[in-house]
Ligand binder design. Structure first.
Ligand code: ZN
Length: 225
């Protein structure tokens, strides 16, 4: 068995605000960073191209993996354009932007991919604080999966979740502290309607992202003024 290399981290990297912030967080905390982007039938292929461009700019080894089967397993409004996107979290469960099993599949596949390369540190940008009703963004799920992966492969994976307990404003603060506020603002794609940077402004992802940025910039201005 290959020895685990504690100096390398694998980042599950979508090219959005959160995972891009995590990519630069990993660059600060690990000597070497590898980024893995999953292609799962997103309506916006642009997202994958942008992820590749950011990884290139960050000087990070980049891989993509096709996992389109997860879009065929369950219906969700991110991969199925015949579904109208939920704007709010319904009372009876997660919104239809939820892709069932996404983080379960992503992290499990990432762990196998990492293991092949002797990497045991995994980084994901999930957050319980901004948790839009997605059960697989919760800390308990990540901890449980970490144990399962270790048992399933007899390894010592460590899943890092730098954004777990911080909100969107604090995520912007982290990007700023890492020196990539402008890069994250201009070059990432979070918008459910596929518009890069500041986005469409009215989808749930844009609302969350914009409100976080507004709060962070207000707070920063207050500190400086
Ligand atoms: Zn949007």
């Amino acid at each position: 068995m290959k020895p685990m290399n504690k100096e390398t981290a694998l980042v599950v990297f979508s090219g959005g605000q959160d995972s891009t912030t995590c990519l630069f967080w990993a660059k600060r905390n690990f000597r070497r960073v590898v980024a893995l982007t999953f292609v799962y039938g997103q309506k916006h292929v642009l997202e994958v191209q942008m992820a590749q461009a950011i990884a290139q700019e960050a000087d990070v080894e980049w891989h993509q993996m096709d996992v389109s089967f997860i879009g065929q397993l369950g219906r969700n409004s991110l991969t199925d354009s015949s579904l109208e996107m939920d704007q709010e979290k319904p009372a009876d469960g997660p919104p239809n932007t939820f892709v069932p099993g996404r983080n379960l599949f992503f992290l499990s596949i990432a762990a196998v991919f990492a293991r092949e390369r002797g990497i045991n540190h995994l980084v994901t940008g999930v957050s319980q604080t901004d948790f839009s009703g997605y059960p697989d963004c919760r800390d308990a799920f990540i901890k449980s999966l970490n144990v399962t992966l270790n048992l399933g492969m007899d390894e010592q994976f460590v899943i890092h979740t730098p954004l777990m307990w911080i909100d969107k404003a604090q995520t912007w603060a982290m990007a700023d502290e890492l020196g990539v506020l402008d890069l994250v603002r201009q070059r990432t794609l979070t918008c459910y309607n596929g518009i890069p940077g500041d986005g469409c402004g009215h989808c749930p992802a844009c609302k969350l992202r914009r409100e976080g940025l507004r709060l962070y910039l207000c707070e920063k201005e207050g500190r400086q003024g």
